[in-house]
Write a protein that binds this ligand. Structure first.
Ligand code: C5P
Length: 227
């Protein structure tokens, strides 16, 4: 299991400071909407210059028509990131088109599909998808797998079930992790490290429990010692 630290701090400077603070650890860094929209490729280049071994997950959750998604995926692959994601609900054709486009790309990043956002509870999810999170997450995971996608973003509670159905080499990445029972914030389906391990999760994403801590380095070290 690998730790992916969400760089969700409000400013470029704060995100870079956090990355410098944890530069000695073997971790992934997640760059999301806020940072990427504001800072663009600069943040990716700076993170790689702080530690070339940092792996970067660009969390932009693509959702559009297949050709537009494939164009975006091709551009992302030129940024030097190691992983990015898209929404499985964009459909099989979109996922297949993206994977086909990346076939010819050198060092193409890992591609994950988002099943159900971890901020959904069952009621809010049903209002949009007309089914339970479990059923839909499994369906989205199967469709992603069949489309050649490398893995899914899901909650810890669905990881094992998805792996049993898609194959153990199909990756799972789970946000909503509260390593030591911290405040859930807007996350509805949270879990701790022990649960993530039990559910065979490949990547845990941790944001607020690290960057809101008084000593983020200590928390990262504590998490790494547990995984
Ligand atoms: O602060 P916290 O640990 O809740 O951060 C979780 C991170 O994972 C956030 O950056 C959020 O955007 C992201 N994420 C998520 N649920 C998903 C996909 C990504 O919470 N399904």
């Amino acid at each position: 299991m690998q730790l992916c630290v969400a760089l969700d701090l409000p400013t470029y400077e704060e995100n870079i400071a956090l990355a410098r603070e944890i530069a000695t650890f073997d971790v992934w860094l997640k760059v999301g909407f806020r940072s990427y929209i504001r800072d663009g490729k600069k943040i990716i280049d700076t993170l790689k210059s702080i530690n070339p071994n940092f792996k970067i997950f660009l969390d932009l959750k693509l959702y559009d028509i297949p050709n537009t998604m494939a164009d975006a995926a091709e551009e992302i692959s030129l940024l030097g990131v190691d992983m990015f994601n898209l929404h499985a609900s964009a459909g099989k054709l979109a996922m297949q088109t993206v994977m086909k486009r990346l076939e010819g790309v050198e060092n193409s990043p890992i591609v994950l599909a988002v099943t159900a956002l971890t901020s959904f509870d069952d009621e809010n999810f049903k209002a949009i998808y007309h089914d339970s999170i479990q059923t839909k997450a499994l369906q989205f995971a199967k469709e992603s797998y069949e489309s050649g996608i490398n893995g899914v973003v899901c909650s810890v509670h669905e990881s094992k079930m998805i792996k049993e159905n898609a194959g153990s080499d199909f990756l799972t990445l789970t946000p909503g992790i509260r390593p030591f029972g911290e405040d859930a914030g807007d996350q509805k389906r949270v879990a701790d490290i022990a649960m993530a391990k039990e559910e065979l999760v490949d990547f845990i994403v941790v944001g607020r429990p690290i960057y809101k801590a008084k000593n983020p380095k200590e928390i990262v070290s504590k998490i790494l010692s547990k995984i």
